[in-house]
Design a protein around this ligand. Structure first.
Ligand code: PRX
Length: 661
């Protein structure tokens, strides 16, 4: 690590510097970075575009296959594409066994940091041993190839063990974000027909410990198919309720089990389901398969983060419960054999500089986070970064939502010391891996734009009316060619898969659901979702799901949920609610609505503001005009309201909004 004196930063000096930088449109790769970067060949994209399937075959070939594939891409049943058909491969073998056999067993896979300052280093050899044993334990519990295993765990190494163990024996994992409520876990276990759930005694957040197992018991009791619950002892809770014959402790089953070898699986064997929000209240079970997914995440992480397995310490600050955690905490880093930091806690606990402290202590070289976290750090102030030695950092990444240029520049200047390229990576749960970004040793970055498609991908902005590609201007984002890590279907709902993604532009062009602008250089500027999905702090939530949790309250007659632009979280949830009966005060109902949402979905889905109203703006045919509700929340001019059944409704709403009611 460098011996330079850490910088002293002041708010004033940072403001001045950002002001200077704000006019700069392009940021070429910093010379120090470009000099050591792996990918510097400007022809790479063109070569991949000339024969994308051959390009992906070349990437897949860097993995260890037990049987080579026969057909790289089978599109005969489009849009149900199949990649690397006939090939057999095992994900945990590629993430663990391969590195241990190559003599890297002592390399640290995860530097784990707990909320209360605990530390645990887990080497590749240890991770392999735990994974092989837990895979054996799962088998002992009756899990077979193709069975679904739910995982509802905090950010602890056991979450990676549980996921990898599933891939070892061909079980399909269904991880639910720890911030979701036990009620939403129950729903996801039920719809996916999970046989086993792996969870914890409790979880810790900012100095408080919350019991998890009793909550799981409360909501999971009636689930028919759920045969076993495995409990990781993590929060040190006594008296964990355990049901005889159903519940077992993780450490006990691991100790009792024999390790099992990785099972060679069909490249198209389902690997995991991850539920994500869509336009309706019913979450979509996005399904990924084995060979293509692993190819996508391994390749993109290596290229975009310019990985050097011997040197890098990577840290992706996401949660494993989201796709970013699947792809870039677990599978991408491990398949590339690098060392990562895994952090259990919140970014402001025990203090607001904890992330920078951990980067300094662990000598993190590549850091990957979300714009909302950067904006929070900006708000907390540079004093939390000042004095930290962050010179180990070489590259910074952003994901999850558009990054506003000011946050980009702050990241670049304050965190990266103007030495580190910033890669803004656009992708989705559905894409499995990064799609649009800049190659850090090759491409100029433009703050606010994700960049251009990675090699092997084609991305277009299509005119919303004609469906024709726009060479410069705004339209709908689309991917006109299959790629290996694409979702294969929606779990047990192929019709919804087809109608959601392949109806708008046909069977060979994937409809993304984002609007975007493309500039004269082909750079893509993502604007946001075009469906009823709200992106709060990079967390994808469905308006319909929140609405149905609100109307479940007995005093609520009707509710409409919209997104409002928010300086900190990107978007915030605003709920317009009409009440029926007047037995309670709206404050009381508001508290109960919030509690109901926390219980059904999770605290993260609670609205920032509830506006009480006698009526909602509706067309004469009774359709709620959400556009107007968004305009009211963002205090815009409402334009033409003559199509409303009762135009006075919006006037009242505008007044209530301004009065803060
Ligand atoms: O709207 C885009 C936004 O997040 C959506 C995907 O959400 P999810 O499936 O939860 O995956 C998030 C992590 C990959 C996209 O449709 N999004 C994601 N990354 C970016 C982004 N918007 C702008 N810029 C990004 N870099």
């Amino acid at each position: 690590m460098s011996t330079e004196t850490p910088r002293t930063l002041t708010e004033h000096a940072v403001e001045e510097r950002l002001h200077e930088l704000l006019g700069q449109e392009r940021f070429p790769p910093p010379p120090g970075f470009a000099a050591q970067a792996e990918i510097t060949d400007p022809e790479l994209r063109a070569r991949a575009a000339a024969d994308p399937v051959a390009y992906w075959e070349e990437q897949a070939g860097k993995l260890r296959w037990s049987t080579p594939w026969e057909t790289a891409l089978n599109d005969s049943e489009a849009p149900f594409y199949r990649w690397f058909e006939g090939g057999r491969i095992n994900v945990s073998d590629n993430c663990l066994d391969r590195h241990v056999e190559a003599g890297n067993g002592e390399r640290v896979a995860f530097h784990w940091h707990g909320e209360e300052g605990e530390q645990r280093d887990v080497t590749y050899a240890e991770l392999l041993d735990q994974t092989a044993r837990f895979a054996g334990a799962l088998r002992d519990l009756g899990v077979q190839e193709g069975d679904v295993v739910g995982i509802y765990l905090p950010m602890i190494p056991e979450v990676a063990v549980a996921m990898l163990a599933c891939t070892r024996i061909g079980a399909v994992h269904n991880v639910v974000f720890g911030g979701f409520s036990a009620g939403s876990v129950a729903e996801r276990m039920e719809v996916s027909g999970a046989k086993v759930l792996v969870t914890a005694d409790g979880s810790r957040r900012k100095g408080k410990t919350a019991p998890v197992k009793p909550e799981v018991d409360r909501t999971m009791g009636g689930l028919q198919g759920l045969e076993k619950i495995v409990v990781v002892r993590h929060a040190g809770l006594d008296d964990v309720p355990m049901t005889e014959g159903r519940d077992v402790f993780f450490d006990e089953v691991v100790a009792a089990a024999d390790p099992v070898d990785p099972v060679p699986l069909d490249a198209e064997a389902p690997m995991f389901i991850l539920y994500s929000s869509g336009s309706t209240a019913k979450p979509k079970g996005i399904q990924h398969t084995t060979g293509g997914y692993l190819t996508g995440v391994t390749t993109t992480l290596r290229q975009v983060f310019d990985l050097k397995p011997e040197e890098d310490v990577f840290w992706c600050s996401a949660d494993v419960g989201w796709v970013t955690g699947h792809s870039y905490i677990v599978y991408g880093p491990l398949a590339n054999g690098i060392t990562s930091v895994m952090y259990e806690g919140a970014p402001d606990y025990p203090h607001k500089g904890i992330w920078w402290e951990l980067i300094e202590r662990r000598g993190v070289t590549k850091f990957y986070t979300a714009p909302t976290a950067i904006r929070a750090a900006m708000k907390w102030g540079v004093e939390h970064v000042s004095g930290r030695d962050l010179t180990s950092l070489k590259l910074l990444g952003s994901v999850g939502e558009p990054i506003n240029p000011k946050a980009w520049l702050w990241y670049w200047h304050v965190v990266g010391g103007e030495r580190c390229p910033v890669v803004d990576t656009w992708w989705q749960t559905e894409t499995g891996a990064m799609v649009v970004t800049t190659l850090p040793g090759l491409d100029d970055a433009k703050p606010g734009s994700a960049g251009t498609p990675l090699p092997g991908y084609e991305v277009q902005v299509l005119d919303a009316e004609t469906g024709e590609p726009v060479s410069e201007g705004e339209g709908l984002l689309a991917i006109p060619r299959p790629w290996p890590s694409m979702l294969r279907t929606l779990y047990q709902d192929p019709d919804r898969y087809r109608s959601t993604y392949w109806e708008r532009f046909g069977e060979s062009t994937y409809f993304v659901g984002d609007s975007a602008r493309i500039d004269k250089d082909g750079y893509i500027w993502v604007i946001g979702r075009v469906d009823d999905v709200i992106n709060v702090s990079g967390h994808r939530l469905s308006t319909a799901e929140v609405e149905s949790a609100i109307v479940a309250h007995p005093h609520v007659a009707e509710a409409a949920v919209v997104a409002q632009a928010d300086d900190l979280t990107g978007q915030a949830i605003v709920a317009y609610v009409t009440l029926q009966g007047e037995t309670k005060s709206s404050d009381e109902v508001g508290d109960e609505i919030n509690a109901g949402i926390a219980d059904r979905i999770g605290k993260l889905a609670r609205p920032k503001r509830i506006v009480w109203t006698q009526d909602l703006p509706k067309t004469r045919s009774g359709k709620i005009m959400r556009r107007l509700l968004r305009d009211i929340a963002e205090e815009r001019d409402l334009g033409d309201v003559t199509t409303l059944a009762d135009p006075s409704v919006v006037e009242n709403l505008q007044e209530r909004w301004k009065a803060g009611a």
